[in-house]
Design a binder for this molecule. Structure first.
Ligand SMILES: Nc1ncnc2c1ncn2[C@@H]1O[C@H](COP(=O)(O)OP(=O)(O)OP(=O)(O)O)[C@@H](O)[C@H]1O
Ligand SMILES: [Mg+2]
Length: 213
């Protein structure tokens, strides 16, 4: 049996990741592909508890290193207990955010050291990088408008516009550096057109997967 495909979805707040998950899920069902949907930070009960700790608004300042280590602690648990076993069983694993969000949020946007991220990534993720990453790209203005439609903002939603600009550019720079893995989806279009682009990428991945590439 082929090992499953590991796909991550990335993008800023309001870029449409949750909507994309619904699209991917119905495509996988149509194709009869066994899959696992998950998200980061989180994905297992312990990792979800860490997610709540990271996102909870609080008086105390959360140091950048603390946030980074919590994210990677959650990721270690998520990989060993959920992602790796599912891939070994031949399932496709779809994660709402993964490694690129760490580089962009904790590294580029907050000015963390990329070398520290590289070391942690090597240690925690090793060879288990996503096979493919779909980057939903949207202007900060549109992303914020979309998020504004939703109730309740968490700690990361309250960051400044400048922060979100850095996030967007950070993702695009990573896509430029790794064009084979990271595919940029124009997420500013109507939902149907965004979903068409996603399905096109999924078809290509599936063709390669069936051939065992
Ligand atoms: N292409 C689109 N056009 C218009 N509205 C959209 C589009 N995609 C998503 N939306 C709407 O924008 C809002 C935010 O989308 P969604 O929750 O999917 O974003 P997200 O990337 O998952 O955000 P977060 O990072 O906060 O999880 C939702 O109300 C959704 O219905
Ligand atoms: Mg979402």
């Amino acid at each position: 049996m082929n090992k499953g495909k590991f796909i991550s979805l990335e993008g800023g707040e309001g870029s449409g990741k949750s909507s994309a998950i619904a699209c991917i899920e119905s495509w996988l069902q149509e194709q009869g592909i066994a899959y696992l949907m998950t998200r980061e930070p989180g994905g297992t009960p312990l990792a979800e508890e860490i997610r709540d700790l990271v996102l909870k608004p609080r008086q105390e300042t959360v140091s950048d290193m603390t946030e980074l280590l919590m994210m990677y602690a959650a990721r270690a648990q998520h990989l060993s207990e959920k992602i790796i076993p599912a891939l070994q069983q031949g399932l496709w694993v779809i994660s709402d955010r993964f490694i690129d969000s760490s580089y962009v949020y904790q590294g580029i946007a907050r000015g963390g050291q990329i070398s520290t991220l590289d070391q942690l990534t090597q240690w925690v993720v090793g060879d288990h990088q996503p096979d493919s990453t779909l980057l939903l790209d949207v202007s900060v203005e549109v992303g914020m408008q979309r998020v504004g439609l939703r109730q309740g903002a968490d700690r990361l939603d309250q960051e400044s516009i400048g922060f979100h600009e850095k996030v967007r550019q950070g993702f695009l720079d990573r896509a430029k550096a790794e064009p084979e893995r990271i595919k940029v989806i124009n997420a500013e279009l109507a939902i149907e057109q965004v979903h068409e682009q996603i399905v096109e990428q999924l078809h290509q991945l599936n063709q390669a997967w069936v051939k065992g590439v």
